[in-house]
Write a protein of this length. Structure first.
Length: 185
């Protein structure tokens, strides 16, 4: 079993070499389990490294009847943990030929990019189970070597110059995040 200390150590290690000078660290905060755990870890990190600017960005797609409730929950949780919060509402073209999932992902990244500074880190809450799922989907689609490499733990963010996407929990299975979430207040 992975303990809270192990998850935080992984999180801290993933950011340590990337945060050698004061910078902006932004969390893509959906309010789901993965990003919720990441928000808690980010709040702990902020206590140790207050020199950085911290921000959680929630994108409201309006696709669920619960979207407003999720937004309120995210805003309240971020405030309780002392993390600055911004919400962005986006409108998707439901009649488009592009899948709703792809539209939502594109809209999310565009909305978040508006709040990044030059050189920011964008934290995403993917874990090892997501990595496996991505690999299997790519395999099923007949992807080549590049497609089968799945998600990178760190990569440039194409929508904002000099920004990096960081997935600090990519080496842990989802159960580790579930265990962590069950132990935090």
């Amino acid at each position: 079993m992975v303990t809270n200390v192990d998850l935080f150590s992984t999180f801290q290690h993933a950011l340590h070499s990337l945060t050698t000078k004061p910078m902006q660290i932004v969390l893509a905060y959906s309010g789901g389990l993965d990003s919720h755990v990441l928000l808690h870890l980010l709040a702990r990190y902020q206590q140790l490294y207050p020199q950085h600017a911290y921000l959680a960005v929630h994108v409201h797609h309006g696709l669920s009847d619960n979207a407003d409730t999720w937004l309120d929950h995210c805003q309240q949780t971020a405030a309780a943990l002392g993390i600055n919060f911004i919400a962005e509402k986006v409108v998707l073209n439901v009649g488009s030929r592009e899948s709703l999932e792809a539209q939502a992902r594109t809209a999310r990244y565009q909305a978040i990019a508006k709040h990044l500074n030059d050189g920011s880190l964008l934290l995403l809450g993917q874990h090892l189970d997501d990595q496996l799922e991505t690999f299997l989907l790519q395999l099923k689609r007949g992807a080549g070597v590049k497609g089968l490499s799945a998600m990178a733990a760190q990569m440039p963010f194409s929508l904002q110059a000099n920004c990096q996407i960081v997935r600090p929990l990519l080496i842990h299975p989802q159960q580790a995040l579930v265990d962590y979430a069950s132990q935090v207040p």
